[in-house]
Ligand binder design. Structure first.
Ligand code: 3PG
Length: 212
């Protein structure tokens, strides 16, 4: 199964959507910045509505669902055209449901044993969460020691800002950097979509500096 993400730009915007009407202007801002991918977390009652709106309005945009904690939602996500799923940890029930439905998942890991569990299921694209609290880029580097050669690649997420993102972009084992520093709740609540576009462009430029 493919991983479902768009990894060439190495940036995953992690969005907590509090009002359904923000979904379209937010997606527009990302697209204007040149990013065709969004992860909408299932942390708010309007998340599924937001996913549906973005899928309908921008069918070319890859929409992922984050914070998948409940296997029962997987079928609905697939029906909405979601391309990838992300979870903070590794709930086998969620992974089983996703596998059965054909939804590519990047589950969260932060220890070698969790990476082993993911590998035993054939999963190699893994969210490293909560990245900054769990040791930051130094921890990713340490984990890449024994696992880099196996093809495991990380999406560090959690507490990353524009400056920290550089450290991760510099690492070949980092497939993409995830975060909300350029799409955070306050920017969205303020309707600061121009600023979101500017910060997204900035993040994409930094990622491009480290492109192989
Ligand atoms: C996540 O769900 O992956 C994180 O909460 C996003 O991290 P950030 O908001 O700290 O960037």
């Amino acid at each position: 199964m493919t991983h479902g993400f768009q990894l060439n730009q190495r940036l995953v915007p992690v969005v907590v959507l509090e009002r359904a009407e923000d979904a379209i202007p937010l997606a527009e801002a990302l697209i204007s910045a040149g990013l065709q991918q969004i992860e909408i977390t299932l942390r708010s009652p309007v998340a599924l509505d937001g996913i549906r709106q973005v899928r309908e309005r921008f069918p070319e945009m890859l929409v992922g669902a984050g914070t998948i904690l409940d296997p029962a939602v997987i079928r609905q996500l697939v029906d909405l055209g979601v391309s990838f799923g992300v979870s903070p940890g590794m709930d086998e029930r969620v992974l089983d449901a996703a596998e059965a439905a054909g939804l590519p998942m990047a589950p969260g890991v932060m220890t070698p044993s969790e990476i082993d569990r993911a590998r035993s299921r054939g999963l190699k694209l893994l969210k490293f969460f909560p990245a900054e609290t769990a040791g930051g880029s130094a921890m990713v580097k340490a984990l890449a020691g024994p696992y880099g050669h196996t093809g495991v690649r990380f999406i560090p997420t959690g507490g990353i800002d524009a400056a920290k993102a550089r450290e991760y972009f510099a690492m070949p084992e980092v497939a993409a950097v995830g975060g909300s520093w350029f799409v955070n709740k306050k920017l969205i609540a303020d309707g600061a979509f121009g600023e979101i576009e500017r910060l997204t462009c900035e993040a994409l430029e930094v990622a491009a500096e480290y492109a192989k």
